[in-house]
Design a protein around this ligand. Sequence first.
Ligand code: IVH
Length: 711
Amino acid sequence: MNISDLQTATTRAAQLRTEINRQRYLVHVLNREEMSEAALDSLKHELFKLEEAYPELITADSPTQRVAGKPAEGFTKVQHERRMLSLNDIFDYQELPEWRERCAKLVGTERMNAAQYYAEVKLDGFAISIMYQDGVLQQAATRGDGTTGEDVTMNVRTIEAIPLNLVIQEEGLTQDIRELAQNALRGRFEVRGEVYISKADFSELNQIQKELGKPEFANPRNLAAGSMRQLDSKLTAARRLRFLAYAVPTDCGQSTHEQEHQLAKALGIPVEPNSRLCASVEHIQTFLEEWEEKRKTLPYGTDGAVANINDRALFEELGVVGKAPRGAVAFKFSAEQSTTVVRDIVLRVGRTGAITPTAVLDPVRIAGSTVSRATLHNADEIARKDIRIGDTVILQKAGDIIPEVVEVILGLRPESAQRYQFPEQLYGVPVIRREGEVAHYVDVTAVARVAEGEGEAVVVDEIFKRKLEHFASRGAMDITGLGEKVVSRLVDAGLVNSFSDLYTLTVQQLLTVEGFADLSAQNLVEAISESKMRPFQRFLFGLGIRHVGAETAVTLVGFLRDFGTPGQGMLLRELVGILRDVTLEQFTALPDIGPVVAESLYQYFNNEHEQDVLDQLINLGVVVPLQVPEQGGEGVFTGKTVVLTGTLEGYSREEAAEIIRSNGGKISSSVSSETSYVLAGDKAGSKLQKAEQLGVAVLSEDQFNAMLAKN
Ligand code: IVH
């Protein structure tokens, strides 16, 4: 939440504390989890950031001031020789340079500019400290409160990954590390790291629990922690615990954090193998981006990564603030849930006139991307979840799916928040809801694109923009460069009022539109022209006939194929002609077409205005082959790829394309070394140049005719 005044910050911090404490009570006392850990973390982080910006807000009882884990009864207490610290979390890449700047204030920009970092994947396990005396494991302790931990030596001795005796591993050892290792074997030597359970072992252990009819373990981290704190080490041994070291606090002469890893390894102690040196915070970001993606492939759970300033002296000099060193940060990988604030609810008119409400959010990182909008689907959904402007909500994103609002955190609702009312009008046009439908619609017959009043004109334009976006989209006519922004500009400029207007657009016209220059205008005109050759099923889909999706379009093509000569392709005029004669009964009889779709198709092909639109497209030479034959017929162009450019005298571009296809060739829209021929007509442009550059054979219209004659 972006907060710029103390008063708002004070209220927000108090609300956050109450909510976080309530969640703690629910989970720990009532054993009831109302909110995911990720959502709760997100609230804690917001509070932490607020207290960072306004330190006067920190109270002794704030959840951010909690010191982890008082030592439990039953284990002997161990005094740590050096405090076991924790780390400050960061959630955004932009916090990396901020961290560097904070350090630079203390030690100078120059030194920070020269600093290197050691980045490592952060294991989601349980921290322990292991003490060796003259190379022999002497004692192991939990972190406890950082100063005093619990003696878990017996349990640690059951973990096979941890050597009971340190032995120098000569393989690949350099002289400087050998010296450090020799020092480590004399006197006291401490190594710290994470005890964990692998993902595979965890699911196997849970499988066993299930078979025994016992409750399953919640997550690997809790299981690892629980296992370490067993008084009976036989139970610990059964849990298949593993260990990876991340630091050597004992001074063995190492000067960098990287050397600590190398040293541990040289002594036969495992370290996380994916750690690496980073020359700058930008390199750290690359590391983080890489592992945020690849973490799924790791055999252990991780919730983030740690960046340490590599130089030990610099790290020490930066010191400690609170319970964390300044010289290291933990970057938290984004969870699939997060919390944020709804700033506004905006309405968008779709191509059917249906209105979709969208929440405008404070930007938040979730599952690897930053999100600032979420669809609210419809009025019922808003009412059911009672989402109000100003509410703090839990946002969820699973996989690549669009983020959705899971629920409102009622404890954080501002007093002023009003229940959301769906408006009765949009741009002055009545909003209606049809019997039995969840969506609201704007009440205009946008079909004719004739607007009564000013508001209506806006709505009609909005609907048409959505239709045009759909027509140009990937699965339909696939017109590169005709996205949401360009569509909006073309319609607003009055240049495109129907699909057919696209095909008469000129470079000169486009140059009058914001954002266009020579090249972009030329490219768009070309892309539009190329779209004339899309297969019929794509064209049908692109028309945006209600209820006609890509599947239905394919069904219709199957039906039409019975009328054509296989392999030859049929032109748009014929195809449309056939469809106009189909009766409602015939549509209904088609496989996979139900009465609603049949009715919609029948209406469309009998609607005068829609048919005018189609006629215009036909007249403009939008010639859509019924089928693009995989290999086409056989002929002079078999196995050849041809690119068309310029204007031919005897053929339209589409006719030429049809001829090439029926003679076995393939049409491509761009020239590459794979191109067999470029068929160049009058005023051929950049494609001809490209062909000449690449040494691709260029055919004139005469040569083309000659090839066909030989056929
Ligand atoms: S460095 C100075 N490196 O995360 C603090 N910690 O959130 C030393 N952890 O207490 C921590 N992997 O239990 C560090 N590669 C790693 C880590 C790591 C896991 C744990 C550790 C620490 C906690 C801090």
